[in-house]
Design a protein around this ligand. Structure first.
Ligand code: ACO
Length: 400
């Protein structure tokens, strides 16, 4: 029998930290979270100020380059991104290979990984120009690919990007424009969606960003790394949570069933989706902004009295007062409200995580870039604590 303690004695000391609850895997200058206080900063700027005054593309610039752009840099960046928003025409054939009822995230994992097959002039990770162009391409093409997933699943023709529109307005156009009419973007809804993108742009070493870094640490090309991040984001404990919130609200169905549902949560039969966070032990600052955005969107659309919103508010009220949640410091996270907003914007539930992936792409590429540009970067290689069988000899099948 292997003595675990002897096995690991003499090696350099290492931590056993399942779930990485207290292990930093890297240094980063991009995003800071103060979980106890419920604060979030991108490159030192509070998320509240960026959500109020900035726009998504400007926030992308900030995350990538570390500073807010001046007017010339801002325009140059916007044009630089916009010129990459078309996808290779052969990618449309890639889409046609999927079943129409495929989950859009399964399509996204496939097509984003496949970008490496189409853009071979941006795969050399040791060439800074290749790295930059790959980053611009991914930020620019994600809305196009996301809208294509939606249109394909509905059997609708793809809409080409319109560069006269903003990044977010263009996405809405590609999603919703009918071939026979000029789509007019509602500025309140456009601003709300842009804000959702800002709030989801980065969140330091969450599971998907760590996945991108781990994949990238082997020297894999950036498109493959982002595809890995998308795969990780898909899970219901991470980016799939806003989808799970809407499903949960549908299952509860009515305010009268909230107490019964909460009893099941406390008995640990299931979790209250959209609540709790590994780092925030206070209100998620993005949730506060999202709640306000939710009010604005529902007012604009005349949906303030929607039963789903009322149900969500009833759940929130009970949870914030209940000792089970208070003792465990479980507060609503950004996903509790984002699903309601997205659904009001006409985004189908299955597309929620795709929109999260779209917005988070800039965070992923910023972290990937930061890691690749670090001269001390090493391949990520976590250790394990072996608890399996000790040494034993092989027995032929008739002796087992
Ligand atoms: N509902 C009910 N109980 C919960 C919830 C919840 N949403 N979250 C945590 N708990 C309880 C656990 O049962 C546990 O209780 P115990 O101490 O009696 O065993 C305690 O709170 C701690 O839970 P952990 O699972 O250890 O917390 P962890 O930090 O690992 O999990 C997570 C964080 C995954 C986000 C969790 O809170 C969860 O599953 N939430 C629901 C899914 C969700 O909303 N995810 C979105 C995260 S935000 C994002 O990705 C943008």
């Amino acid at each position: 029998v292997i003595d675990i303690h002897k096995l690991y004695a003499g090696t350099n000391m290492f931590m056993f930290d399942p779930g990485f609850t207290s292990t930093a895997s890297c240094e980063s200058k991009i995003t800071f979270i103060d979980g106890e206080k419920g604060q979030l900063y991108y490159r030192g700027y509070p998320i509240e100020q960026l959500a109020e005054y900035s726009d998504y593309l400007e926030t992308c610039y900030l995350l990538i380059y570390g500073e807010l752009p001046d007017a010339v840099e801002k325009q140059k960046f916007e044009l630089g991104v916009l010129r990459h928003n078309m996808v290779h025409e052969q990618l449309t054939w890639f889409f046609r290979g999927f079943r129409r009822d495929a989950h859009p995230m399964s399509m996204m994992v496939g097509v984003v990984g496949a970008l490496a097959a189409f853009y071979q002039d941006s795969l050399d990770i040791n060439n800074p120009d290749h790295r930059r162009i790959a980053e611009y391409r991914m930020i620019a093409k994600m809305p196009t690919l996301a809208a294509m997933c939606y249109r394909y699943s509905k059997g609708l023709p793809f809409n080409y990007p319109r560069n006269s529109l903003s990044y977010t307005g263009n996405f809405m156009h590609m999603m919703f424009a009918k071939p026979t009419e000029d789509y007019v973007v509602n500025p309140v809804l456009e601003r709300a969606l842009d804000r959702i993108f800002i709030l989801h742009a980065d969140h330091e070493q969450n599971a998907s960003t760590s996945t991108v870094r781990l994949a990238g640490s082997s020297g894999a090309n950036p498109f493959a790394c982002i595809a890995a991040g998308i795969a990780c984001l898909w899970g219901p404990a991470h980016g799939g949570a806003n989808e799970a919130v809407l499903k949960m609200l549908d299952e509860i169905g009515d305010v009268s069933r909230v107490e019964e549902f909460m009893q099941g949560v406390k008995e640990k039969r299931y979790r209250l989706m959209g609540f709790g966070h590994r780092v925030y032990k206070n209100m998620d600052p993005r949730a506060k902004i999202m709640k306000q955005t939710c009010d604005e969107v529902l007012n604009e659309l005349g949906l303030q009295d929607s039963p789903k919103f009322k149900l969500a508010m009833a759940l929130e009220k009970i949870a914030l007062e209940d000792s089970y949640f208070v003792e465990r410091k479980l507060y609503p996270n950004v996903d509790f409200y984002s699903g309601i907003v997205l659904s009001a914007l006409g985004i189908p539930v299955a597309m929620f995580t795709v929109l999260f992936a779209l917005a988070r792409t800039v965070g992923w590429v910023s972290h990937w870039h930061e890691m690749i540009a670090d001269p001390n970067q090493k391949i990520g290689r976590p250790r394990q604590l072996y608890t399996g069988s000790g040494r034993r000899d092989y027995l032929s099948v008739d002796k087992r």
